[in-house]
Design a protein around this ligand. Structure first.
Ligand code: PEP
Ligand code: MG
Length: 754
């Protein structure tokens, strides 16, 4: 039996007319099933809707007994209808009754029908109902008929969920992922706890027009949108290649593959042929894709389908013109931002007064958006898989930046527990604040200098709030990364002057540009690299692009006129690199002097110690530098040959490895012998147990994220350093992967808060 000559397009138009009528929901559904049956020349058309308890209830029918409506129910997985719902896949059968899953429901009188075509009604990949047509004769339905019924099911899904059939929507809502509570886990990026409401960084797209007026026009719109999408992806790849993590480029490469995937494009074109608009077609194909995604266990394939889902979103954005982020909209006063990924500059676009927390599907602890979140003092959690798909704007949500927990639509018990936790956290913060002016001195009288790491002007108030001694590391590249073009001399001078002004006489160590690896400048043409972390970055780039370094050095010298300037070079692997950088500074000073500019009262030059090769050049280096600072983030990754941003390697090697601690002890001894101040400014300095170990091996100065100053200082105030050294020294020779448990035990036995 062929598809009616009226075809699905006419059906869609009729459906739209029915939806516009001022009738009850039930009446509309009754009319819709009749319309579908007559359009598809089927003797039966039935609609089943998911009810609470995973039950599919017969909601409307043409052809089956009317008395069965609202009485016949099937569990998910039960009968043919339940099977379609469970697998989110269509069933096309010439003889339904011979299918093993067939279940006879006497009240419906369906035994006389043989052929059966059923499709899931999907919303966000979740089954919210099943639509069925049946005929007496035994035959398989054609592909066109399958297409037509799937398209109709999609329009029905929109109608059900858009609230036009409110009572049905409510019944559906009770079971879908979007109303349940969820507990998710990620990596903690920035300290703190926040309770608030979800704001999606990229607001969900609202499609208002699913039914096409003109098929050729919709095809043209799709072609144009796909072209722009392909261009966008190319641009993203050119920017990412070479200067960002390999993982990121991989994702983009798979984007590119999908953006040119003929199967995907063909399926969207076919969906338009059934009478959908271009955006309707994208969504239709995206729905199928989502349903597949929910049923796939293989993590690799799931990731690829996830990429495709992301790409479909981008395409919808282009088609609907809904670009821009939530930063431009109205924000609730307790905004918790949720996004797949985000750049540091985008985060700064939000109103700080309203921002309470951040949750990302991507981003690791050393990513730059994490660094900005810490600077803003908002709790943040990264690598929270799937969060974007299960939240809606306005949902209550909790982000725990200590444990990495995220609670979506938490039940009252969790909310109360967290409200208590927030009060506890606030009390702790108050205790730390009370230590603000207390010197960081151990019980046996050893003073430890605590500084903060910074990189933005928003960091500066923390210098005073935390009571830190100064800024041990000012990452100048952050300002460059946030600019749209290379900051001119005057802009740089203004920025560094503002930093020095705000530091109010406390020392600031500026680090020259550390670009490369995961930090890239959008306006600098990237080069292709296989190993960007070990590539053309930091001082290597600065010495080759000498004009950039000279410009920055001149800006720093001028900003520090009449004051002290401390300047440090990143990723120095060789003594000669320091010498070359030093020459740039000396030449710049001479040039400024010749032109009559006032110079800093003193200029102190140092290097980071983050490349292992430098460890065997210490004697020569320490004779020349004014200070050194260990960059343990990079040093660890190079010592263990273990990528610091690699998700699978997180936690594999411990910073409290006896080998690492012995090495740091040796550096500390050498620096002391040469009378050169030594600092450590990697992330480990901000964790009390690691700070304890560092002080134990001889560090007198450490630099950390501002929120860590309080906890680290409390640890120091309870420490008998000599006693700890006596305990730690013999352990350093042990062949163990970490001394963490030993140090924890010492702290517990001696009442040291960690
Ligand atoms: C480090 O490597 O430890 C460091 C402080 O520098 P960055 O994290 O900016 O690479
Ligand atoms: Mg580094």
């Amino acid at each position: 039996m062929p598809l009616s000559s009226l075809g699905p397009r006419v059906l869609l138009r009729r459906l739209r007319e029915v939806m516009a009528r001022p009738e009850t929901a039930q009446k509309k559904l009754d009319t819709i099933v009749t319309l579908i049956a007559s359009n598809m020349v089927a003797e039966v058309c039935s609609l089943y809707v998911m009810r609470p308890g995973q039950l599919l209830e017969l909601y409307a029918t043409e052809g089956l007994k009317r008395e069965a409506v609202h009485k016949s129910k099937l569990r998910v997985g039960e009968g043919l209808v339940g099977t379609i719902a469970a697998e989110a896949q269509l069933l096309n059968l010439a003889d339904a009754q011979s299918h093993p899953a067939f279940k006879y429901l006497p009240e419906t009188g369906e035994e006389i029908y043989h052929s059966f075509l059923g499709v899931p009604i999907l919303r966000g990949g979740v089954t919210i109902g099943v639509l069925v047509v049946q005929n007496r004769t035994s035959r398989l339905y054609s592909e066109d008929e399958e297409e037509a019924l799937q398209t109709t099911a999609m329009v029905l899904a929109e109608v059900i969920a858009s609230g036009e059939l409110e009572e049905v929507a409510l019944a559906v809502a009770a079971d879908v992922a979007h109303v349940r509570s969820h507990h998710l886990r990620g990596n903690n990026l920035a300290e703190g706890i926040a309770l608030g409401h979800v704001v999606l960084h990229e607001p969900r797209i609202v499609i208002t027009n699913l039914i096409a007026e003109s098929i050729p026009l919709e095809k043209q719109r799709l072609e144009q949108a796909v072209e722009s999408l392909q261009e966008n992806v190319e641009t993203l790849i050119t920017h990412a290649e070479g200067l960002r993590g390999a993982e990121h480029v991989d994702i983009l490469e798979s984007f590119k593959m999908f953006a040119h995937d003929r199967g995907w494009l063909r399926r969207m074109r076919e969906a338009i042929d059934t009478g959908l608009t271009a955006e309707g077609a994208v969504e239709r194909v995206q729905n199928d894709n989502r349903a597949r995604m929910l049923r796939i266990d293989d993590p690799y394939l799931r990731d690829r389908l996830n990429d495709l889902d992301d790409l479909a979103y981008r395409l919808l954005r282009i088609l609907t013109g809904q670009v821009g982020t939530a930063a431009q909209g109205n924000l609730p006063k307790d905004t918790i931002l949720v996004a797949r990924s985000m750049g540091p500059a985008e985060l700064l676009d939000y109103d700080r007064q309203k921002l309470r927390g951040l949750i990302l599907e991507e981003a690791g602890a050393t990513s730059h958006v994490a660094i900005v979140a810490r600077a803003l003092g908002i709790p943040a959690v990264g690598r929270v898989q799937g969060v974007v798909d299960i939240v809606d704007t306005g949902d209550p949500i909790i982000v725990d930046g200590q444990s990495g927990d995220v609670h979506v639509r938490p039940p009252p018990s969790i909310e109360q527990a967290y409200a208590e936790k927030v009060r506890f956290y606030a009390r702790r913060q108050a205790q730390y604040a009370a230590l603000r002016n207390v010197p960081a001195r151990t019980l046996d009288g050893v003073s430890i200098s605590l500084s903060i790491n910074a990189g933005l002007l928003v960091d500066m108030p923390h210098l005073h709030d935390s009571g830190a001694d100064g800024i041990g590391l000012y990452r100048t590249e952050l300002q460059f990364m946030m600019a749209a073009s290379f900051p001119r001399l005057s802009v740089q001078i203004k920025h560094y002057s503002a930093v020095l002004e705000a530091s109010n006489g406390k020392p600031v160590v500026f680090r020259t540009l550390d670009i490369g690896a995961d930090k890239y400048l959008p306006y600098l043409r990237p080069i292709k690299e296989d190993n960007p972390a070990m590539g053309w970055r930091a001082i290597r780039m600065s010495l080759e692009r000498r004009a950039l370094l000279e410009l920055q050095v001149r800006a720093l010298l001028r900003a520090a006129a009449g004051r002290e300037l401390r300047l440090m070079f990143p990723m120095v692997a060789e003594f000669s690199e320091f010498k070359a950088a030093k020459e740039v500074v000396e030449r710049s000073m001479a040039a400024l002097k010749a032109r009559g500019y006032e110079l800093p009262t003193s200029v102190k030059l140092g290097t980071m110690i983050e490349v292992p090769a430098l460890l065997w050049q210490l004697d020569g280096l320490l004779r020349e530098v004014d200070f050194v600072s260990i960059g343990s983030n990079d040093l660890m990754q190079f010592l263990f040959a273990s990528d610091r941003g690699h998700a699978r390697l997180q936690g594999r090697y411990d910073t409290l490895h006896p080998g690492v601690l012995s090495l740091i002890r040796e550096v500390a001894m050498k620096a002391q012998a040469h009378g050169v101040p030594l600092n450590l400014c990697g992330e480990m300095a901000g964790r009390p147990i690691e700070a304890l170990a560092l002080i134990g091996v001889g560090l007198k100065s450490i630099s950390m994220t501002p929120a860590a100053i309080g906890p680290v200082k409390s640890m120091i105030l309870a420490l008998d350093l000599q006693k700890f050294r006596n305990f730690l020294d013999p352990l350093l020779a042990r062949p163990e992967p970490t001394l963490r448990p030993h140090i924890e035990r010492f702290a517990a036995d001696n009442g040291i808060p960690l």
